[in-house]
Design a protein around this ligand. Structure first.
Ligand code: NAD
Length: 348
């Protein structure tokens, strides 16, 4: 029996990782630690919450006393760390909360794991999940590799870059067994509708405008969240200690082209005349410090661990749109704020 702590498991990516681990590894005891901020929604995990190997702990990783007492109560074999403040726009208005969770929270977890494993590191692993945004912005050419220098431009990416450096430093200074991955933009079911794809799906359903930053030429690489969870499973079990792996979809899209594709799919699904949804596009003032282009070279994880995405972007986007249309109740509960009472109903 292995005891695994997954932080941020009520969030978008974390919930897919928790589900995969709970279902695939019945011999593991999975602890989902989440503060249930606005981004944490336990309804994401209602299908597995009664599984015998699943446990939920409500708590804040930025609270050192709480983190230490959790590690005193449990001997964890592994930590998969996803908890974070994750929205760039929020980091521009409130950078400090990103420092508290993403930097202090990560360091509290690193300290607790280091203390717990100091005399026996056999089979232990600290897995830190990060973003390609730490590398900054690319011009028209080139790709981010694992050796690209960090050059973060937003308070979000600066806080993630800082946490990545702490993880590496704990590996060098204290020989903490760690792995780290930097992944491109994720999309898929259970994505909080403040992020581009779910926001626009929701706005199209409700005939609201689709605000596109600047001239819409910002370019991102997109990965289906289920494929990210598969990569996390692989790296956790087969990645080499003290290594970084980039994860990406080999799938670059200009924002405006992505929005047009989404509009076409939505018009077809909703039975509206083609072009209805593109009429909702409005260009809005640019985000400060906006990175022009991110693109990931994911050849290391592909060559060394044999990972590649299982779906094309068109397939993933279609599945995502289907999920949102079939789960309008989830969308309504998240946008109205009702989801926040789920924890009280189920766990109190
Ligand atoms: P999310 O915002 O959907 O979920 C974050 C989760 O962390 C939420 O459940 C929230 O309640 C929890 N949380 C926040 N602060 C906490 C705290 N102080 N203590 C405990 N829990 C706390 O984020 P996401 O999109 O699922 O991202 C998960 C991780 O993956 C983050 O570390 C993010 O940087 C990284 N990442 C995200 C993407 C992406 O496209 N979404 C891409 C690459 C990497």
């Amino acid at each position: 029996m292995k005891k695994i702590l997954i932080t941020g498991g009520a969030g978008f990516i974390g919930s897919h990782v928790v589900r995969l681990f709970v279902n695939k590894y019945p011999e593991y005891d999975i602890y989902n630690l989440d503060a249930l901020t606005y981004a944490g929604n336990l309804e994401n995990l209602s299908d597995i919450e009664k599984a015998p190997n699943y446990n939920f702990v409500k708590g804040d990783i930025a609270d050192e006393t709480f983190v230490n007492s959790l590690f005193e109560e449990h001997q964890f074999d592994g930590v998969i760390h996803l908890a974070a403040e994750s929205h760039v726009d929020r980091s521009i208005t409130d950078p400090l909360s990103f420092v508290k969770t993403n930097v202090f929270g990560t360091v509290h977890l690193l300290n607790a794991a280091r203390k717990q494993w100091v005399n026996n590191q056999e089979g232990k692993r600290f897995y830190h999940i990060s973003t390609d945004e730490v590398y900054g912005s690319l011009g028209a050419e080139g790709l981010f590799t694992e050796s690209t220098a960090y050059d973060p431009n937003s308070p979000y990416s600066a806080s993630k870059a800082s946490s990545d450096h702490f993880v590496r430093a704990y590996g060098e200074t204290y020989q903490l067994p760690y792995v780290l991955t930097n992944c491109s933009n994720n999309y898929g079911p259970n994505h909080f509708p403040e992020k581009l794809i779910p926001l626009f799906i929701n706005n199209i359903i409700n005939n609201k405008s689709l605000p596109v930053y600047g001239d819409g030429n910002y370019t991102r690489d997109w990965l289906f969240v289920v494929d990210h969870a598969r990569a996390i499973d692989l790296v956790f079990h087969q990645g080499k200690n003290h290594e970084t792996y980039n994860i990406g979809g080999f799938n670059e899209w200009k924002n405006i082209d992505l929005v047009r594709l989404l509009c076409t799919i939505m018009d077809r699904k909703l039975g509206r005349p083609e072009g209805t949804s593109t009429g909702l596009i409005t260009y809005v003032k640019d985000r400060p410090g906006h990175d022009l282009r991110y693109a990931i070279d994911a050849s290391k994880i592909n060559k060394e661990l044999g990972w590649e995405p299982s779906v094309t972007f068109e397939q993933g986007l279609e599945q995502t749109v289907n999920w949102y249309l079939e789960n309008e109740q989830w969308l309504q509960s998240v946008t109205s704020g009702d989801y926040a009472s789920y924890y009280e109903k189920q766990y109190k």
